[in-house]
Design a protein around this ligand. Structure first.
Ligand code: ZN
Length: 248
């Protein structure tokens, strides 16, 4: 099965050239920068971005409230086509209730920060993986040309850990809010604009924090490459001095 090799390849992405000079992997992995890299995840501005994402959950709730109100006034009021606006308010309350006690420093919490930073809504159904039977290990349902196709397990973990249920509480509540919030596009526009502005601003903030560190490492790598090249040149020159008398 290709899963194990995929997993070890995935594990090898746990460094970057900032925390491991020999790392020749992907140049910029946002998850690593935000949560794993000892050189970037503790920077004040990166911590501030994570805090801003956490605080943005309640701002999203406020924006949904406004959007529901606007939708009620809209020509294309979705309530007339069977969308329950009281379900939206209930979903919003569920989110507001889940926020105060939520401990963000867990994989679902980090994932939530990541989706907020990327302005990426999701369905409640995708939040909690089926740990004993993850979807990517299910047998393919369709045959291709009469043959069961190989599953693509690239980058997929072999084992899905069973996490405590409370780690999923806020991500699931927010996923349910996204699921319920079916409104006219004109009433959702201010929410979408505010979220995209939030995401752009904070992604740039992370980039501004990381760029000088990366530039410094690039200079360091370039300098050591030049020094190495000079040593090689010196070595080959002294080694070939009998041929060219060392005169140049
Ligand atoms: Zn790193």
């Amino acid at each position: 099965m290709g899963g194990v090799s995929s997993f070890s390849r995935h594990s090898a992405w746990k460094t970057c050239r900032l925390c491991d000079l020999s790392d020749g992997g992907p140049r910029y992995d946002l998850w690593h920068v935000l949560f794993d890299c000892p050189k970037t995840s503790t920077l004040a501005s990166v911590v501030a971005v994570r805090d801003a994402c956490q605080a943005f959950v309640l701002q999203l709730c406020d924006l949904v409230t406004v959007a529901v109100g606007c939708n009620g006034d809209s020509m294309s009021n979705t309530e007339r086509s069977g969308v329950s606006h009281s379900d939206i308010y209930d979903a919003e309350l569920r989110v507001r209730d889940a926020v105060p006690g939520y401990l963000w420093d867990c994989v679902p919490g980090r994932w939530l920060v990541y989706t907020l930073l990327l302005a990426l809504p999701f369905s409640e159904r995708v939040v909690r993986p089926n740990a004993p039977d993850p979807v990517w290990l299910c047998p393919p349902k369709r045959k291709r040309g009469g043959v069961v196709p190989e599953r693509d397990l690239h980058g997929m973990p072999v084992v899905v850990p069973e996490l405590p249920a409370e780690q999923y509480v806020l991500p699931e509540a927010l996923g349910w809010l996204y699921d319920c919030t079916v409104l006219s596009s004109d009433s959702l526009r201010p929410l979408a604009d505010a979220w995209c502005k939030f995401a752009t601003g904070n992604l740039l903030r992370v980039g501004n924090a990381v760029r000088p560190l990366r530039a410094a490492v690039d200079v360091q790598l370039l300098t050591s490459a030049v020094v190495l090249q000079q040593q090689n040149d010196d070595d080959s020159r002294s080694g070939s001095s009998s041929l060219d008398d060392g005169s140049d």
